[in-house]
Design a protein around this ligand. Structure first.
Ligand code: SAH
Length: 511
């Protein structure tokens, strides 16, 4: 059976969560993804790993492929009997040349579907606090290309009619032509006092909005580069009251997350919720231990232990993964008591429908010992500690001192990651990064190794460093980093709170 199928999908305006459910399904089933400059690449992460990814972005004058070549490419891939998902920014049929691509498919008898997306003219003003229609201001709304060549003899835009005949006007691709557009509108009867907003990279954490009037916006928006949309009309005034996005507590802050890729998302999601722009710069990778034998031995003799103690979520995952790989399941753990260092580790255990018997009030090894003392006679008890190769020796040593019999083994190892070259140092030096976060001592050590020890002294003062807990802070300070933000509760939510408190207090100081 032929599978050839093309989905022309609107990927939405920038915020990757603004794609439709159907759009997401089309990404998941694609054999080939052909995507544009304005498509948020985070969306590609949910595609099949074996899918083919082809970038055909047209950014200003720099085209990777001309439109005719893109059309040919889509047809060629579909004729290879593949499911092709063609991802376009916003909506495929709004100034997206989606109509042309669909016609080519029709001519070639290739089945296709077109999935609408949220177009920039609706979503970006929303994220700038501007509803495009409002009963008190306007009942009409027009979408216009601002890309027209101003030297053309005859404009295909009827300036006289749109200037006064439509309430809210949204100009796509109109940044270069902003002087021409505003001049035409005023010349044809729109007041120079009409409010105007120019929104760049709308709906993303890098959104920038400039507000003025038809008379002033050219000067005010002179530093704004594409992609940006221009909104003209009285509705722009509502921004003073409806600006829900840019007023988020961490909006405008760029925060670096240094933990491993697998663990970054919970943290990054929380920062995103508060409006921050997150740069993922994983400094750690989790790998199998050099020898799996000690863990296998321990699992084989699991019934001889009284306590299973986890001090990290990676330890939990490594232990259970191996348990299952050995063909066993959670029934093996019957009778065993479980202890975790904190709530994230506890959640990791709960995933397997197992209850945790002991968790300390403070999420450090010292507190684990204190809490264990309360619930068990440590003397004579057997403890299994599946941990990282670089875990601190405090916990096993302390339990041993108290008479416990401890098997401390390497269940996983952490290795230094090779983050993709994103010029982090340059960004920090240019003031483009506000906060670098550390969630363990090894994130600190690896970060320093990756960026280079000689660069460290020049970073203090240019960027704030934030730490999840006292051990991480100690490591950072010993290595020459000044830690400005310290979590009071040693968890990711605790760290997020500390970041929020520090930014609101800086805002208070500066206002
Ligand atoms: N099909 C797209 C529009 C493509 S034309 C849609 O429906 O949104 C490209 C123009 O769209 C850009 O030059 C800019 O004017 C506008 N645009 C798209 N995404 C934008 C964003 N996130 N912020 C501001 N303008 C955007």
């Amino acid at each position: 059976m032929k599978r050839s199928m093309v989905y022309l999908v609107g990927a939405g305006p920038g915020d990757p969560r603004l794609i439709t459910v159907k759009g997401l399904e089309c990404i998941k089933k694609a054999d080939v993804l052909i995507y544009d400059y304005l498509v948020n690449v985070d969306l590609l992460k949910i595609a099949k790993p074996e899918a083919e990814f082809i970038y055909v972005g047209k950014q200003g004058g720099a085209h990777t492929l001309e439109q005719e070549e893109i059309n040919e490419l889509i047809v060629k891939k579909a004729l290879e009997d593949k499911i092709v998902t063609r991802l376009k920014g916003g909506d495929p049929y709004v100034f997206g040349r989606g109509g042309e691509e669909a016609l080519v498919l029709h001519e070639n008898h290739i089945p296709f579907e077109v999935v609408p997306g949220i177009t920039a003219a609706i979503a970006t003003p929303n994220y700038a606090g501007i509803p495009v229609t409002h009963r008190d201001c306007t009942s009409t709304f027009g979408l216009i290309t601002g890309h027209e060549d101003p030297t053309k003899d005859e404009s295909s835009i009827d300036w006289a009619k749109i200037s006064t005949g439509i309430g809210t006007l949204a100009f796509y691709m109109g940044i270069k032509n902003l002087p021409y557009i505003t001049e035409q509108l005023m010349k044809h009867g729109r007041s120079k006092d009409t409010p105007v907003a120019v929104i760049r990279w709308g709906t993303t954490t890098q959104q920038k909005t400039v507000v003025g009037t038809l008379g002033t916006i050219v000067q005010k928006a002179k530093d704004i580069k594409p992609p940006a949309i221009t909104i003209v009309g009285e509705v722009v005034k509502l921004r003073d009251q409806l600006n829900w996005f840019e007023t988020k507590p961490l909006f405008g802050k760029t925060i670096v997350v240094t933990r491993s890729r697998e663990q970054a998302s919970e943290f990054a999601d929380k920062l995103y919720e508060y409006g921050a722009h997150v740069i993922e710069f994983p400094t750690i990778e989790i790998a199998k231990p050099d020898s799996i034998q000690p863990l296998d031995e321990a699992i084989k003799n699991i019934h001889s232990y009284n306590w299973l103690v986890f001090t990290s979520i990676n330890g939990v995952d490594a232990f259970f993964q191996r348990l299952f790989e050995l063909g066993k399941d959670i029934r093996e753990l019957k009778g065993l008591k479980l202890c975790t260092i904190g709530p994230a580790t506890e959640e990791g255990i709960k995933k397997y429908h197992i209850k945790v018997d002991c968790m300390p009030p403070k999420f450090v090894a010292e507190s684990v010992v204190e809490e264990l003392k309360k619930v068990t006679a440590i003397k004579g008890e057997k403890f299994l500690l599946p941990r990282a190769d670089i875990a601190r020796s405090f916990l096993p040593e302390e339990l041993q001192k108290l008479g416990g019999k401890v098997t401390d083994l390497v269940a996983y190892k952490t290795v230094m990651a090779q983050p993709k070259d994103i010029n982090l140092i340059e960004k920090i030096k240019n003031g483009e990064v506000n906060i670098v976060t550390f969630t363990s001592s090894s994130t600190v050590r690896n970060f320093i190794q990756i960026v280079g020890e000689k660069n460290i002294s020049s970073l203090n003062g240019r960027v704030q460093f934030a730490s999840i807990g006292p051990i991480t802070t100690q490591t950072a300070e010993e290595l020459g980093l000044h830690v400005d933000i310290k979590a009071k509760e040693y968890t990711i939510p605790g760290l997020v709170n500390a970041i929020m408190e520090s930014t609101t207090s800086t805002m208070r100081k500066s206002s």
